[in-house]
Write a new protein. Structure first.
Length: 193
């Protein structure tokens, strides 16, 4: 497990090198939850540089869970046009409806309820828990996978399997700034590895 002094250095690096991304600039806690959900769904199988303009336009047109839950399918798909995997957009709207109707316009803050929402699996639920609720979990995305493989010198097929990597993700440890720490690990994987 990484020592707290190393995790603090990783956080320092992040503070000095993090990318300026629109979902990192919410104006309220409710907007933060919305931005986290929308960005995480858009980022599934799509690169950050592709998502940025879509995210900006999408959140300008549909700035909150209520607007998203009420949008027509035609308008939703028009805003999503070019991102592909349209089931993500459909599931995002279904999830917004559930959040408005069942959760008082707030994301649930536990793994079980998050994974019950349409389009949210293990990775996205863990990302939401760490990025939005500062919970001590680390989601295993492609960037963190790359980082793990480099740091632990993993090369054999059994070592680079998702199952094996999930067991090793705790190697990075945790931080009182978990949301920033997870983003710092993702940034290292994206920008350095």
């Amino acid at each position: 497990m990484i020592s707290s002094s190393i995790s603090n250095k990783i956080l320092q690096w992040y503070d000095n090198n993090k990318r300026d991304l629109p979902w990192r600039k919410p104006k309220s806690s409710q907007q933060s939850q919305y931005f986290t959900l929308v960005s995480e769904i858009m980022l599934q199988q799509t690169q950050v540089k592709t998502v940025v303009p879509y995210f900006t336009k999408f959140t300008e047109e549909l700035p909150n869970f209520t607007k998203l839950s009420n949008v027509s399918e035609k308008k939703l798909y028009k805003l999503w046009e070019g991102l592909g995997y349209y089931s993500r957009a459909s599931n995002l709207r279904k999830t917004a409806n559930i959040i408005v109707d069942k959760y008082n316009k707030k994301l649930p803050n536990n793994l079980k309820e998050l994974k019950e929402l349409p389009g949210i699996g293990d990775y996205t639920s863990r990302a939401i828990l760490s990025l939005e609720f500062n919970k001590k979990v680390i989601p295993l995305d492609g960037n963190i996978e790359r980082l793990l493989k480099r740091v632990l010198l993993l090369k054999k097929p059994n070592e680079i399997s998702k199952t094996y990597l999930m067991k090793k993700v705790d190697f990075f440890g945790y931080s009182h700034r978990q949301r920033d720490y997870v983003q710092s690990l993702m940034e290292l994987g994206a920008l350095v590895c």
